[in-house]
Ligand binder design. Sequence first.
Ligand SMILES: [Zn+2]
Length: 459
Amino acid sequence: MTERLLLTLVAVLLLSSCGCHEEWEPPSKSLPKASVVVLGVDGLDRVLLERLIGEGELPNFARVMDEGVVADMQVSQPILSPRIWTSIASGYAPEVHGVLDWVRPNGEPYRAGDLRVERVWDAASAAGKTVLVSGWLMTTPVTQVNGVMLSDEIVLRGSLDSGEGMMRRRDPAILDAWLAWPESQLAQVQDWTPQGTWLESHALSYQVESYGADLHPLARDETHVRSLEALGPTLPADLSMVYLSGADQLSHQFWPFVDPRGVEAMTREPGLRQRSAAQLLKQQPGKRRVPLSDGPTTQADLDTGARWVVDYYRYLDQVLGRVLARLDKTQTTLLICSDHGFRLGNRPVPLFADHRGPALLIGWGAQARPGARARTDVTMLDIAPTLYAMLGIPAASDMRGRLLDDLFDVQALPPVPTRVRVVAGAVPGAPADHPRRSQLEALGYIDGQGAPIPQPGSQ
Ligand SMILES: [Zn+2]
């Protein structure tokens, strides 16, 4: 057992047994000047966001959208989060970066070792910039960066249903795949994952109680926000990229209650949700029980259901306020991205939520051009080249996106030819003997170099 693994074990044991950290008091330091902060908010829907702002809610989102730039962001089909977040972070299309879905047709999850490209933090680290990456999809196993990386699986306990019934992560035992940061700071992890009384007294406690603390996204999202608050200033991080999943998870279950068409359909036909839920469970056995579907939909159900997503947006707005309080607007640039919005869907049954494009980009702070309009459509491939320019690092000439110099005050450096890796899976610092990797190799999905072997029927 390596020393790092041992320390990690100690940290995780502390984390699971210590109930003494009930209040979160982050160091009151600001994030470093001239840094770039990216908040990735899965499923953040522009229509709902603007509706709530119009109703006087979400003052912090209202502020950044008013003071900064706002654009729809085109994403490629199929609209699946791991594909899109990896494109946002790399500047390459899914067919190039290698993450095509959550899982392969055989059920094996895609993981960080599947990537065939560098992500911005890899190049930034290599260029001597300090980075903080927390919760970003496809960061397990973690790679060594010049800074800190908390993997997307760090807060998971046992099996986790993503809320979409699409995947279960079964390998929490791979502890050394979770963390990459200076060993001296490992013990701080216990301060970041919220514990019993914090969760119980939170405005979302009714949701946490109903879902269970392990399945509800609050503890996960809060942990990643706290890592930014605690470590962003102390690194100090030139680039911080934090991913929050909760809005997506809750929208999957509760979107019909915030969608006027959904409310209308359930009012007109009170048995619709119950019937659709039964049909859904029949089509997708093993999926979580659908909330508020035990009987015909009542007015009380409509009121309760509407609170779930809206209350989570309110929490995200508070998170944004916490981040803004640490930023110097004249020095630091903040990007808020989503990967898709939501709409009422017909698949696999009527009434439930579907991902929809476009996604959303908000820019604010030092390099944002307030009120600027995009020359042409913004796409998910434009974010990475723009981040490279903000950091003063060359992008690559085989990236298809464009520099968003209409929305941001940025200039590109002469590009390098490519940021595609020669050997797939050759992630610096990735544990060569990672159990998942040997398993995949043994199963014939990857070769001895970690390169995927094409499978019949796969994309
Ligand atoms: Zn989703």
